[in-house]
Write a protein that binds this ligand. Structure first.
Ligand code: PEP
Ligand code: MN
Length: 261
């Protein structure tokens, strides 16, 4: 909390600092689908000024028949594209059994909404010392998000970024209800950087840009946003993935606060 730690914690992913003056944009497809798909999507987000690449090799899918990622092969593609572009890479870890491999290949580990209270995973990722993007559980209170982060810190890892990605409410017009109240609340209570994920927060492509701008307005340290070279062909989350030209327009709007790394 702020009482024990008055200064903002800066989290470094690759060479990129989160939690300082610059607004940071992590972008990329929901999942690693193929080398070509990731290469093209990474080129698009890099061209527009993203500072890091996101893509999942292990995907938590509601249906067991959904595309659940390419696992180790996907991780290797992600690492290769990270090396080709120079962009640090962020990817989800779902199981402690995969930790050594994911920690070896990724620059930062994402703990997804469904695992925010997987305490064994939190403890193991805490011990790994890798930077973490910790997403808010879909039915988690802010207090529970902060206590999940505390698991990571208590295990010796202060390289933690919090991520608001929407919560489940009675509203069904959007995939989730993006709780932007959480941003100034978290910034006042906690020293950790806070990102907003307007992609999972809305589930609807055309709502992503306005909510990304709203995230900047309410004091977030950056956004985590899904961008796909061809959203219509995406194997997961195509409906909420920006087209490269939409992402370019968003980055143009954010230009005054997005600084070079
Ligand atoms: C994702 O980032 O693709 C993802 C699965 O996010 P969440 O855990 O927020 O649903
Ligand atoms: Mn997704």
């Amino acid at each position: 909390s702020r009482e024990l730690h008055p200064y903002d914690t800066i989290v470094r992913i690759g060479g990129v600092a989160f939690g300082g003056a610059a607004f940071r944009v992590i972008a990329g497809p929901c999942a690693v689908e193929s080398r070509e798909q990731l290469r093209n999507s990474a080129a698009a987000v890099q061209r527009s000024g993203a500072c890091a690449l996101r893509a999942g090799a292990y995907k938590p899918r509601t249906s067991p028949y959904g595309f659940s990622g390419h696992g180790p092969e996907g991780l290797q593609i992600l690492r290769d594209i990270g090396d080709e572009t120079g962009l640090p890479v962020v990817t989800e870890i779902m199981d402690t059994a995969d930790l050594d491999l994911v920690a070896e290949k990724a620059d930062a580990l994402q703990i997804g909404a469904r695992n925010m209270q997987n305490f064994a995973l939190l403890r193991a990722v805490g011990k790994s010392g890798k930077p973490v993007v910790l997403k808010r559980g879909m039915s988690a209170r802010i207090e529970e998000l902060l206590l999940a982060a505390e698991y990571l810190l208590a295990a010796g890892n202060d390289q933690v970024i919090l991520c608001e990605r929407g919560i489940r409410t009675f509203e069904t017009a959007t995939r989730n209800t993006l709780d932007l109240n959480a941003i100034p609340y978290l910034k006042q209570r906690s020293h950790l950087p806070v990102l907003v994920d307007p992609s999972h927060g809305t589930g609807i492509r055309d709502l992503v840009t306005p909510m990304a701008l709203a995230a900047a307005a309410c004091g977030a340290d950056g956004i985590l946003v899904e961008v796909h070279e061809n959203p219509a062909a995406a194997l997961s989350d195509g409906a909420q993935s920006l087209y490269p030209d939409q992402f370019q327009a968003l980055m143009d709007s954010l230009a005054p606060i997005v600084r070079a790394v």
